[in-house]
Design a protein around this ligand. Structure first.
Ligand code: AHR
Length: 491
């Protein structure tokens, strides 16, 4: 059996892990909203105000901190006024990005904000820069947030919500280098200033404007955007998108493709370091938060599914991608303030798949529930030592990678064993602290292609066991291809 060691320094905290790092993204795309979240009040599927109860329960279990909506590419073709008022008189529009399906607009601002209320998540609304206007976005902020008796605030009350929603997070467009208008960074900077000038907090509500950042780690976009922005500073977040893509297909891949995808996912780490370094050059006090508001795997379209709907199965490999990425965010908790995996249900790297009244939690969904233990904790120094795994001609992935945090006297360590066939015996050394008791939760499957289906919903599910802790080093055995969560009560 291969061996490894983990050195953890529970007293050496370097940042608080922002809960929003574990955030989500829901777009009007395929069956993410319609079917996945929204079924309508008259549906036989158990729901609250038209929103599925099972998905609310799942998002609550994983403590979903923030949900970004309505896109994605959809956002820059979305006109929010289509989605308010009596549902049967809302316009039927065309979803030009995702299959030209009819958008009934039945799930609009109030429905989304109700979802957030039910889940206990913060809403993050993405405005329309590409085909919208500063006035349209400014009016949306007023509609949601103004506490007085302006016509728009009164309309919100008439539509069922007298209290201002106090939406804090507002995206000023999405992928404006692509589907959000095909701007170059200088032109987007001009648009950013024009739009954001008219976006204001009301009654001192917390208010954060998020600019469109680069496609992957495109440092040129970021540099040129901030150069053109000059000293203008009415922005609070800068959001990159990074999809690690695929290697093989969602459920069919070789050992080499397994490692290749993990390697691609690991490129999130240089992105975080280099984009933050660039931000530091213009924002040394870190007033502008680095965000990754779309990330995840993107596999080839599944046979028999509409390719425009981006439906994909999700195996233990996707689970390791999720764990590896969240551990990168936690290791760089001083640099990342929010992350939003794409997407919540039935689209790309989903938390769960739904079919009629059934819901099956994916390995990725289980990882999010396990990793909720890090939310709001103090990130502490930890070093993971194991031989790197070589694959293909020149590729390498870390044999063991993870992160650690402390909250309320509990040390949490998460990690992956990337090896497809070898278990890893790992010695856990605590420096400057002792554990009184502990548990080990493992997520793995029968093989590297294991995934959950409606017929076999528990093929991949977390299993918790008590850990032997005697005051000294703790030994844990990680099966091949697994995600691990260690919880230790500190003395
Ligand atoms: O998540 C699917 C799409 O990926 C989003 O609409 C877009 O922002 C990105 O290209």
């Amino acid at each position: 059996m291969a061996t490894a060691s983990i050195d953890v320094y529970p007293r050496l905290a370097f940042a608080t892990i922002n809960p929003n790092i574990f955030g989500h993204f829901a777009e009007h795309l395929g069956e993410c909203i319609y079917g996945g979240i929204w079924v309508g009040e008259d549906s036989p599927i158990p729901n609250t105000d038209g929103i599925r109860n099972d998905i609310v329960g799942l998002l609550r279990a994983m403590k979903a901190p923030v949900i970004r909506w309505p896109g994605g590419c959809f956002a820059d073709d979305y006109h929010w006024e289509n989605g308010i008022g009596p549902r049967d008189s809302r316009p039927r529009t065309i979803n030009i990005h995702w299959g030209e399906v009819i958008e009934t607009n039945h799930f609009g601002t109030h429905e989304f904000l109700r979802l957030c209320e039910l889940v206990g998540a913060q809403p993050y609304l993405c405005g329309n820069v590409g085909s919208g206007s500063p006035r349209e976005m400014r009016d949306w902020v007023e509609y949601c947030n103004f506490p007085g008796d302006s016509t728009r605030a009164l309309a919100r009350a008439a539509n069922g919500h007298p209290e201002p929603y106090g939406v804090r997070y507002w995206g000023v467009g999405n992928e404006n280098w692509g589907c959000g208008g095909n701007f170059d960074p200088e032109d987007y900077a001009v648009e950013y200033k024009r739009f954001s000038t008219f976006l204001r907090p009301f009654a001192r509500q917390p208010f954060s404007l998020i600019a469109c950042g680069p496609n992957g780690n495109n440092v040129d976009w970021s540099r040129r955007f901030f150069t053109k922005l000059g000293g203008y500073r009415h922005l609070h977040g800068f959001a990159a998108h990074y999809y690690c893509g695929t290697a093989g297909a969602s459920t069919e891949y070789s050992d080499e493709q397994w490692y290749q995808l993990l390697d691609q996912a690991g490129r999130m780490e240089p992105l975080v370091k280099q984009q933050r370094a660039l931000l530091d050059s213009v924002d040394p006090d870190r007033r502008i938060g680095l965000i990754v508001d779309e990330w995840g795997t993107w596999h080839p379209a599944q046979a028999g599914r509409n390719p425009a709907f981006l439906w994909q199965q999700n195996t233990i490999r996707d689970g390791l991608v999720a764990a590896l990425t969240l551990d990168i965010f936690c290791r760089h908790a001083d640099k990342v303030v929010m992350g939003n995996i794409a997407q919540t249900f039935n689209v790309l790297q989903a938390m769960a798949l739904t079919e009629g009244d059934k819901m099956v939690v994916t390995p990725t969904g289980h990882v999010f529930t396990m990793y909720a233990a890090h939310q709001g904790a103090a990130a502490v120094h930890a070093h993971f030592h194991a031989d790197a795994i070589a694959y293909g001609a020149n590729g390498h992935v870390p044999g063991l990678a993870g992160s650690a945090s402390v909250k309320d006297g509990q040390l949490v360590i998460t990690a992956i064993n990337a090896n497809v066939s070898e278990p890893l015996e790992s010695t856990l050394k605590l420096h400057g602290a002792e554990a009184a008791s502990g548990s080990l939760t493992l997520l793995s499957g029968a093989d590297i292609h294991a995934h959950n289906t409606f017929e076999q919903p528990d093929a991949v599910q977390p299993r918790e066991t008590a850990l032997e802790v005697g005051g000294g080093d703790v030994t844990i055995t990680l099966p091949p291809a697994c995600v691990a969560l260690v919880r230790l009560a500190l003395r």
